[in-house]
Ligand binder design. Structure first.
Ligand code: 6R9
Length: 649
């Protein structure tokens, strides 16, 4: 880690929404009087009935209760569309760039966004969708994904997006968990020149769901699909018949806007529930300040709408601010490693926001792919999803930014709704690898992992918690408030526990050291080890499995699986391939183990608990210091695992 500092350029700071002095002043105000601060910030969106209360939150054990603007009413879609129509009806709201560079880009104005969203809403209404109902979106990165999100918001229905890379089983679990009435999908999803058959995946998923679930299918590639009468509906045909007007429901600030399933350390993925009012205020404010967004800027976040980053920084934050947001269907390396930069040049992108894993992958192809493009319109570069190693940061800074563009390393989570710790480009001197300082209203604390005591010295290392709430915080786990409390508020009472470890340096800057729970971060995507394990043991030939992360050059972390086979089953390379394929179908390609080691036995305590600490060390090829192994039931299994480890350097 290097501690070289990169201060904001004076001319940038002079025109930015925040410079160092105003950041410090506003930050102090936000902590001194949250009601006054957020009361003022709440005005950045339009309310149907203004709120009189601002903050009403409790992290108290047994009473976890988070409310913001609780007596105000509003509508998210009206804020992202209707209120812009008078001033910027003809301005482009969404630029859509297809997977293939040969497909012409589309420019959707705010007026067109209004009409298309209303049509989608009217089609959903005709299918019986009402306020409070859940709708699943399983879509490619096409404008219809944004229409569908906003259409649900307009009706007060709660959307839950399932990433198009997830398998039919994963889709079915989510449909069932939230009891969705409708699944919106498309015929096919092209990505990197290949297509995923979304409609047929959805057909497979619905075999495991209630008969009453309906499917609304967007025609995208025109690929062939099979049709089930009275269950499947043709979006394009229906949209042509309905009105392009649909009133926006009056929603309470605390009504849920969406559910997004995310991996945890135990059990099945949790449905993270976000609110309408507080979430939108927070997404809009962070989008404006973190990226120093100004009117007229073209903003590009390369995430998929299937992840929270796509929710907050492709759709809700930018559109609430009346921005032009770019939506890209493809991948960074198709047709070649220049694609990101060609798209930046073509659409004159002003803020570019991507993941360290993409930067690392592109670094490997060399500088020419970047330098041949004109990136002079870029003003701010951002990263999200995982710690960025200084090498990648330096490449991003030197090669992409030519040393002149501020980099914002934004730390946040599905649960937080928006950025919690990030530099502000005109205010914060950056250090490669550090997410620097808290956003307004955010109160990070470092706790001692064992005692749970707050470490009050500036320099500290421990678990990262938040002392107080912010408007974008998740409100509950769908259908399981107890799990919400147990996951986030029970290990360290009185705090929100992030699941991350961190270090605070002598300047008070934060450095995320990674998850302290059994969650691994593969290419910026969260994967619960328990999920991969249960997929593996669901295979008839597998007796037991333990999954850990290990350092991976491109992905950040790779998935390392220790597998114990049923008695008499031969550990062959074919079986290894079969298991990889099995996990892909059970969960999705992102969960495929990178390494599978046959383990005759797993290291367990006498009470039968798998000692993951040891498995992690072996997977990291760092077994010199295994620590205390005296509680192992059978110490000899460790020697076997070391001798046969897969990740030798
Ligand atoms: C937005 C998002 C959250 C986890 C989080 C942390 C890791 C995200 C990071 C980062 C270091 C950053 N993470 N951003 N670690 N620096 N800038 O990624 O949400 O998918 O829920 O993942 O990702 O470990 O706890 P999500």
């Amino acid at each position: 880690m290097t501690d070289k500092m990169y201060p904001p350029a004076a001319d940038f700071a002079a025109n930015a929404h925040a410079d160092k002095a105003s950041y410090e002043k506003m930050y102090a105000e936000s902590l001194a009087d949250p009601d006054a601060f957020w009361g003022e910030q709440g005005k950045r969106i339009d309310w149907m009935k203004p709120y009189t209360k601002v903050k009403n939150t409790s992290f108290e054990p047994g009473n976890i209760d988070i409310r913001w603007y609780e007596d105000g009413t509003m509508n998210v879609a009206a804020n992202c569309i209707d209120r812009h129509l008078a001033e910027r009806g003809d301005q482009t709201a969404i630029i859509w760039e297809a997977d293939s560079p040969d497909t012409p880009a589309r420019h959707i104005s705010y007026k067109e966004l209004h009409d298309n969203t209303c049509r989608m809403a009217n089609v959903l209404k005709d299918l019986g969708v009402k306020k409070g109902h859940r709708v699943i979106l399983y879509l490619p990165m096409i404008p219809e994904a944004a229409y569908a999100m906003l259409a649900c918001a307009r009706l007060g229905a709660v959307h839950s997006i399932v990433f198009a890379g997830f398998s039919p089983d994963a889709l079915a679990n989510r449909i069932n968990d939230c009891d969705a009435r409708v699944v919106i999908t498309a015929d096919e999803a092209p990505r990197g020149g290949r297509v995923t058959a979304l409609k047929s995946n959805t057909d497979a998923a619905l075999l495991h769901c209630k008969d009453s679930v309906k499917m609304l299918v967007v025609k995208h590639t025109g690929g062939q699909t099979t049709w089930t009468q009275d269950r499947d509906y043709d979006y394009n045909a229906l949209a042509a018949e309905v009105s392009a007007d649909c009133p926006a429901e009056e929603m309470n600030a605390e009504d849920p806007l969406f559910i997004l399933y995310t991996s945890g350390s135990t059990g099945k993925p949790k449905g993270v529930v976000h609110s309408s009012g507080g979430y939108l205020v927070y997404a809009a404010m962070t989008h404006q300040y973190t990226f120093d967004y100004h009117d007229g800027d073209v903003f590009w976040c390369t995430a998929d709408v299937g992840w929270v980053t796509g929710h907050s920084y492709i759709v809700y934050g930018p559109l609430a601010n009346g921005a032009t947001t770019l939506m890209f269907e493809g991948v960074p390396t198709y047709p070649d490693a220049s694609r990101f930069w060609q798209v930046c040049e073509k659409h004159k992108v002003n803020q570019f926001y991507t993941a360290p894993t993409a930067i690392r992958a592109l670094m490997a192809y060399g500088e020419d792919f970047v330098t041949k493009c004109d990136l002079s319109d870029i003003k701010v570069l951002g990263t999200v999803g995982e710690p960025i190693n200084p090498e990648a940061w330096n490449w991003y800074n030197d090669v992409v930014g030519k040393g002149t563009k501020p980099i914002v390393d934004t730390w946040w989570q599905t649960e937080t709704g928006g950025h919690l710790m990030t530099p502000l480009p005109g205010a914060t001197a950056t250090k490669p690898g550090s997410c620097t300082l808290p956003f307004f209203g955010i109160t990070p604390v470092m706790l001692d992992a064992t005692s749970g005591e707050e470490i009050t010295t500036t320099e500290a290392e421990g678990v990262l918690c938040m002392r107080d709430s912010w408007p974008g915080q998740m409100r509950t786990v769908y259908g399981d408030h107890e799990r919400f409390e147990k996951t986030y508020f029970s290990d360290y009472k009185g705090y929100y526990f992030t699941g991350d470890g961190a270090r605070r340096d002598s300047d008070g800057y934060y450095w995320i050291t990674g998850r302290v729970d059994d969650v691994i971060n593969v290419s910026g995507h969260r994967m619960g080890t328990a999920e991969v394990e249960s997929a593996l043991v669901a295979h008839a030939k597998v007796a037991e499995a333990a999954v850990v992360g290990y350092p991976h050059d491109i992905k950040g972390q790779g998935i390392y699986a220790y597998v114990t086979l049923m008695n008499g089953v031969d550990p062959t390379d074919e079986l290894r391939k079969e298991l990889e394929k099995w996990v892909r179908t059970e969960i999705g390609p992102i969960a495929k183990p990178d390494l599978i080691q046959w383990a005759p036995g797993l290291p367990k305590t006498r009470s039968g608990k798998i000692m993951r600490r040891i498995l992690r060390k072996i997977a990291e090829d760092d077994f010199g210091a295994l620590g205390d192994t005296s509680t192992l039931a059978e110490p000899a299994v460790v020697d076997d695992l070391i001798a046969n480890r897969m990740n030798r350097s």
